[in-house]
Design a protein around this ligand. Structure first.
Ligand code: SME
Length: 157
């Protein structure tokens, strides 16, 4: 089985960092069929490249989002549909970018350090099966560049 020896980290602008990282992620996950293994490695790749405060997945189980593979501080384990940014992205089946978490009604603060956030639903056969959640300790950290590249990554899982 092929496995990358180590991730090559790029230090250019954000778009260049994604352009360097995405093909590496694709190689790492394309020969592995296990979902959890792939989500774990995607979390590690994103954390290693970008060093965000928190990056990881919640998976829909018994009509709740349940914490999956992630990198960062401990997080809340279950989120109901429509609750917080994650539950709202699930309910609305769309990516949500929050520039200031204090201004998002119902935001669930897993870490008091988190200031901005992006959540992307993982949609299969028109059903949300999970979300990718990224938190930053800086305000307004995520934009449509992150959305475009992260949506491409979630389309692979
Ligand atoms: N802030 C999220 C909860 C998950 S943690 O940030 C890891 C929310 O409001 O849904």
């Amino acid at each position: 089985m092929f496995m990358a020896e180590e991730l090559l980290i790029y230090t250019g602008d954000k778009m260049e960092q994604y352009q360097s990282l995405l093909p590496q992620i694709k190689i790492i996950i394309e020969n592995e069929t296990d979902l959890i293994a792939n989500l774990a490695n995607i979390s590690a790749c994103l954390k290693t490249q970008f060093n965000w405060l928190w990056v990881g997945f919640y998976l829909v189980k018994d009509d709740e989002l349940v914490l999956g593979p992630f990198q960062g501080p401990i997080a809340c384990t279950r989120i109901k549909k429509g609750r917080g940014v994650c539950g709202t992205a699930w309910q609305e089946m769309k990516t949500i970018i929050v520039t200031d978490v204090e201004k998002f009604p119902g935001h669930i603060a897993c870490s008091s350090l988190s200031k901005s956030e992006i959540v992307l639903p993982i949609i299969r056969n028109n059903i949300v099966v999970g979300v990718l959640d990224v938190d930053s300790e800086h305000l307004g950290f995520f934009d449509e560049i992150d959305q475009g590249f992260l949506e491409e990554i979630v389309s692979w899982v």
